[in-house]
Design a protein around this ligand. Structure first.
Ligand SMILES: [Zn+2]
Length: 110
């Protein structure tokens, strides 16, 4: 957790990295094995850190999460406004594929 906070600070702001971006909205369905699906929404404005790692909600998940950095940087490079996809948790957990997300990203440009 400490390390992640550090990474976030070092990421810098959205405005610094992507001055053309006005807003990023990530909507996702978080599915955890044996639990109810959860809808999660993340909103990024230019003042937010450009850190697009979503945490896994499973308690015993180690180093898990969903990294949308590649998705978002590729979208911005191509000036795409929408993208959809799915990711599996990267965590080291005894049960493989214990969680995944199905996401939709929408980006507004200045
Ligand atoms: Zn996990």
């Amino acid at each position: 957790m400490q390390e992640r906070m550090q990474q976030r600070r070092e990421a810098g702001s959205v405005a610094t990295h992507f001055p053309e971006v006005a807003n990023i909205v990530m909507n996702m369905t978080y599915n955890q094995r044996g639990a109810k699906s959860i809808l999660r929404t993340f909103n990024f404005t230019p003042n937010n850190y450009a850190f697009f790692m979503i945490n896994c909600l499973r308690k015993d998940c180690v180093d898990g999460g969903f990294d949308l950095t590649q998705v978002i940087t590729a979208m911005i490079r191509n000036r795409r406004v929408e993208a959809k996809g799915a990711l599996i948790c990267e965590g080291n957990d005894p049960s493989v594929n214990h969680s995944d997300i199905v996401y939709e990203v929408a980006i507004q440009y200045t």
